[in-house]
Design a protein around this ligand. Structure first.
Ligand code: AMP
Length: 176
């Protein structure tokens, strides 16, 4: 049953107050990753959601998006493409900056990693304000591909992430 699977996953997401800074309630997925039934159920739920759609590639966002994105790509038999923090990728990159609470951050992708007509699923662990997922979608668009949806394990619904990635649809497994 889906409700049971979701409750099991949720029970293994550990809330950590004041990490990485005061006032932030960090949602720690490491207990869930360590429990194969819950980790597999998470991947199953996302794979089931997109089973009826053509997906050509998964873009995973550094670094926890790599864990889910690469596993999902293997399960869905599509390619995996990393969206990385600046300076990590070795050949020509496209770069998108996005606003943080204080200052800006950026993501980069290899310019040759996607291409016209590719239908892409963007994957991360948590969506909060949505700036990170928006930047990944924007990179996909700049590489002439199409962000079909964003899939995250956890959605913080009191923050504007869903609106930030719109009109790209957002699918999430558990919500707080
Ligand atoms: P945002 O760009 O605000 O949607 O933030 C999303 C990124 O920050 C994701 O890559 C998450 O891994 C991380 N993140 C933001 N808030 C949290 C949180 N409360 N717990 C865990 N990770 C978070």
């Amino acid at each position: 049953m889906t409700i049971d699977r979701i409750e099991h996953i949720k029970s293994l997401v550990r809330p950590v107050p004041d990490f990485p800074k005061p006032g932030i309630l960090f949602r720690d997925i490491t207990p869930m990753l360590a429990e194969p039934r819950a980790f597999n159920a998470t991947l199953d739920i996302v794979a089931e959601e997109f089973a009826g759609q053509r997906i050509d590639a998964i873009v995973g966002i550094e670094s926890r998006g790599f864990i889910f994105g690469a596993s999902l790509a293997s399960r869905m038999a599509v390619g995996f493409v990393p969206a990385r923090k600046p300076g990590k990728l070795p050949v020509a990159v496209e770069r998108v900056e996005y606003a943080l609470e204080y200052g800006t951050d950026a993501l980069e992708m290899h310019r040759d990693s996607l291409g016209a007509g590719r239908r892409v699923l963007v994957v991360d662990d948590v969506i909060a304000t949505g700036g990170t997922a928006w930047a990944a979608c924007e990179l996909v668009r700049r590489l002439k591909a199409e962000p079909v949806a964003v899939a995250c394990v956890i959605e913080l619904t009191f923050l504007p992430g869903r609106g930030r990635v719109a009109p790209v649809p957002l699918f999430t497994v558990v919500q707080y």
